[in-house]
Design a protein around this ligand. Structure first.
Ligand code: COA
Length: 260
């Protein structure tokens, strides 16, 4: 599927979603957000997709933020509406039933970093710059950045990034745990695909339920989260997938997951 602002390509079980407005450094306008939302809705229910990689078109940017020419015109009600639209997209990405990996191939600023924060794991090219510069434009993060960044890197690191408004480079992002790894630009996509392919080798239902356990559990008190984990453990124990995984181990062969 190809739409104007978003490209969807396949590499076997991988879906590669590319934000495609390189002339505007892939800034997110309303149409691009709607296209990303529709793309993730389709991926979520597509059993032939095992994992998703999100990246940006061109060599310069992952996504350089929400489109400032749109933000500049907004008032109270459309400001709320705009934030809710971006938040709905990031929630959809975060709750996708497949692993979602960000390949941050350049600037990931504002809404761009917020997209990456909604992914399960993030890898950056060595020339990437990431940050939440909203306060330098007289606004605040609105697509989940003020909530997801502190949950990922701790409130001290997050508050410095959010209040100072400066971007950091890939090595600093790695140091504070904002990205899982850094690769040379020409290697980035192959390295991220290699990680995604390792994930796709695992049980698809197990991947989905493990992600649910982490994602939903993070929003609960520990005792409730442990109860959720036990319930999900019970559900996975009822599946043919579990039988296949265990049988394959005992028979010393690779599991044959029931992927389409
Ligand atoms: N919204 C709208 N347009 C954007 C954009 C954004 N967030 N980021 C970049 N662009 C556009 C520029 O306006 C420019 O368009 P033009 O050629 O029609 O003038 C084009 O993308 C290229 O950007 P440019 O600024 O010329 O590239 P650069 O290499 O000099 O600088 C950045 C790169 C990322 C440092 C700079 O573009 C920037 O600061 N962008 C805004 C980042 C930001 O604040 N994002 C958070 C928004 S909430």
């Amino acid at each position: 599927m190809t739409t104007e602002g978003v490209l969807l390509e396949r590499d076997g079980y991988l879906a590669i979603v590319t934000v495609n407005r390189p002339s505007k450094l892939n800034a997110l306008d309303d149409q691009t957000i709607a296209e990303l939302d529709a793309t993730f809705a389709a991926i979520d229910v597509d059993d032939s997709v095992g994992a998703v990689i999100v990246t940006g078109a061109g060599e310069k940017a992952f996504v350089a933020g929400a489109d400032i020419s749109v933000l500049a015109k907004q008032g109270v009600l459309d400001g709320i509406e705009n934030a809710r639209r971006g938040q709905a997209l990031t929630l959809r990405m975060e709750s996708c039933s497949k692993p979602v990996l960000a390949a941050i191939n350049g600037f990931a600023l504002g809404g761009g970093l917020e997209l990456a924060l909604a992914c399960d794991v993030r890898f950056a090219s060595s020339n990437a710059k990431v940050g939440l510069p909203e306060v330098s434009l007289g606004i605040i993060p609105g697509y989940g950045g003020s909530q997801r960044l502190p949950r990922l890197v701790g409130s001290g690191n997050a508050l410095q990034l959010i209040l100072q408004g400066d971007a950091i480079d890939a090595s600093e992002a790695l140091r504070i745990g904002l990205v899982n790894g850094v690769f040379e630009p020409e290697e980035l996509m192959d390295k991220v695909k290699a990680v995604a392919k390792r994930m796709v080798m695992r049980g698809p239902t197990a991947l989905s339920l493990a992600k649910q356990a982490v994602r939903r559990g993070a929003q609960m008190p520990l005792v409730d989260a442990l109860a959720l984990e036990a319930d999900l453990f019970g559900i996975i124990s009822s599946t043919d997938e579990m039988k296949e995984g265990m049988t394959a181990f005992l028979e010393k062969r690779k599991p044959n997951w029931l992927r389409k």
